[in-house]
Write a protein that binds this ligand. Structure first.
Ligand code: MN
Length: 602
């Protein structure tokens, strides 16, 4: 008896998201669509939160327009997207009317298959999206966000799959975003899922630890129906097993995919050239990294934390943070580490280590989490921590979106005439700041995509000046990679020196003061804190809000500022009781650790 295994290629979404910071442009997708459409894939994954974000933020493409173009160019292939349940493509819970409007428009513009997940695996956060997909007559795929913990047993995952089946899903996916699956664990899980529920089982596993192809083989042997792959030039490491490799591996067996290996190789060659075009966005580390199998921390999270620690000059504390992450995760009831919980857990662990005291600072996101604002935690949360974080405030035990009023009308009013259609309103809803900026620039005719650097010749190395001093740098800031060339150095005048740089090809002039007078990354003139009444932060970040004004009387421990670092908001408290005598910051300011931001006189 033979059973055809279905294949989804992730080349147009997850593959370039995992390897090239999601930068592939529509112009590099369309020329190969004719061939992609002939392969006979079950589906092509083309859309998700990061692709939408990158289109609007960096590529200055309308993501809806991309979808319509792909729809037209791929008439015979299902188009698939990844949807974060009630969060849709954003980072917060949306009201049900936004979820319904978004799903309906995604379906109309070309999506056939919606893979729907929730970071907590709280199925209540999937329900409205599933209903909306079914109402649009499309394929709703319920997703298990895979992780390991004492509460993430096979029984728990099977229970979740059965709930999603009862909610009307057409299939179930195991989403192993971190590469945590091992071959035999995969086999056991798939076997149980096939035995106890009737939906087809899809397997999506990242090859981070070098195990994904083995996991897929075990999954297939145990009854999985469907595998996610990436064309070979965008495969392996933090991406997925190579399409051609999996097709070859199963060829001639009872699990033959039936796909044409020669045609796939032509496609692989095409994308080989495309990948070179985006060389400046290659992640520093995209090869196999087995660390996730030891500390459970996904690779992407490790590199983010390393960047943050580097900023603090505290890279040597990486191991402490890696040891703290599982402890924070346990306190929070073992959430899977995926957007947004990976950021919530990682940042709190970072604070716990750098502040020298656990939970001395608690981020607002952790507070909201402990309050039930993201849904129900998979395990039991640390009750003492919860009380410390939320005080006497009530815990939400309903579905978080039950507390939200309809918001489409308000979103339409807020964006006004900048929105030419309902899709534009939804772009604004997903990304309020960059979405508005995109629509404004489109209106003004000033949309400018970021600059692509020329492809370096084979064997070329970064150039150096005559004295052997490097003049070209690749710099990572907050996960963004910039190419900086020093193009000239001016004379020193009045204690300052002018440097002429190009950043990603754009000329910049920078004036540096001598190092010993140089305070802070932003060239800030604030003095260093030296008294108990000097309020400062422990992290570089931005001021989100100033909660007091000069003359106010404050109590010890009263929140006086809200700062934002690593996408997380934190309250900064008064160290002493007294009168606010000076405020040296305003909303939006960039601050560095140790600066006096507010002065309090006791
Ligand atoms: Mn993925």
């Amino acid at each position: 008896m033979s059973k055809k295994i279905h294949v989804t290629d992730t080349i147009l979404r997850d593959a370039h998201q995992s390897l090239l910071a999601t930068r592939m442009r529509t112009e590099d997708m369309l020329p190969i669509c004719d061939k992609l459409d002939k392969v006979g894939y079950w589906s092509l994954e083309v859309w998700g939160g990061a692709t939408f974000d990158a289109c609007v933020r960096f590529l200055k493409e309308d993501p809806w327009e991309r979808l319509r173009k792909l729809r037209a160019a791929l008439p015979n292939t299902r188009l698939q997207m990844l949807l974060r349940g009630q969060n849709l493509l954003g980072y917060r819970h949306y009201s049900d009317d936004v979820v319904k409007a978004f799903v309906a428009k995604a379906a109309v513009n070309g999506i056939d298959v919606f893979r729907i997940f929730d970071a907590m695996n709280d199925v209540r956060n999937l329900r409205v999206a599933i209903e909306a997909v079914k109402a649009a007559g499309k394929h709703a795929q319920g997703t298990i966000a895979y992780t390991t913990s004492p509460v993430h047993t096979i029984e728990a995952f099977v229970k979740q799959a059965k709930q999603m089946e009862a909610m009307g899903c057409d299939s179930v996916a195991i989403k192993d975003m971190a590469g945590l699956l091992t071959p035999f664990a995969t086999g056991e899980l798939v076997k149980a899922l096939k035995a106890e529920q009737s939906l087809p089982v899809f397997i999506h596993s990242h090859d981070t630890a070098g195990l994904a192809a083995m996991c897929q083989l075990k999954a297939v042997e145990n009854g999985a129906d469907h595998i996610d792959t990436a064309i070979s030039s965008f495969a392996w490491g933090t991406s997925h097993p190579g399409t051609e490799s999996m097709v070859a591996a199963l060829k001639g067996s009872e699990f033959d995919t039936g796909l044409d290996l020669e045609l796939l190789q032509e496609i692989g060659l095409y994308f080989y050239a495309v990948r070179k075009k985006y060389h400046q966005f290659e992640s520093e580390f995209t090869a196999v990294d087995t660390r996730v199998q030891v500390n459970q921390v996904p690779g992407g999270m490790i590199s983010n934390l390393a960047n943050q620690l580097k900023e603090q000059g505290a890279l040597n504390r990486m191991n402490e943070v890696l040891a703290e992450i599982p402890r924070v995760r346990e306190d929070l009831g073992f959430p899977p580490l995926v957007t947004p919980t990976s950021q919530i857990v990682g940042t709190q662990a970072f604070f716990n280590v750098l502040a020298g005291e656990r939970y001395k600072t608690i981020t607002n996101e952790v507070k909201l989490y402990l309050q039930g604002g993201y849904g129900k935690a998979p395990g039991v949360v640390n009750e003492q921590l919860r009380r410390q974080a939320i005080g006497s405030e009530e815990v939400i035990d309903v579905r978080p979106a039950d507390l939200l009023k309809p918001e489409m009308a308000k979103l339409r009013a807020d964006i006004g005439a900048l929105a030419r259609c309902e899709e534009d309103v939804l772009t604004f809803a997903m990304f309020p700041d960059i979405g508005r900026k995109f629509l404004e620039e489109r209106e003004a005719g000033t949309l400018t995509p970021e600059v692509l650097l020329p492809i370096p010749e084979a064997g070329a190395v970064a150039s150096h000046s005559g004295e052997g001093v490097p003049t070209e740098f690749v710099i990572d800031v907050h996960g963004e990679t910039y190419r900086v060339d020093i193009t000239g150095v001016g004379v020193k005048a009045e204690g300052k020196r002018h440097f002429y740089l190009s950043i990603d090809g754009m000329p910049e002039e920078v004036v540096f003061e001598p190092l010993n007078e140089f305070v802070g990354g932003g060239g800030s003139k604030r003095k260093q804190a030296s008294a108990p009444g000097h309020v400062s932060t422990t992290m570089p970040g931005n001021i989100v809000d100033v909660l007091v004004k000069e003359g106010d009387m404050v109590k010890t421990g009263q929140a006086v500022l809200i700062t934002e670092a690593m996408k997380m908001e934190t309250e900064v408290q008064a160290g002493i009781a007294g009168k606010v005598v000076a405020i040296h910051v305003a909303k939006g300011d960039r601050v560095t650790p140790g600066e006096i931001l507010i002065e309090i006189e006791g």
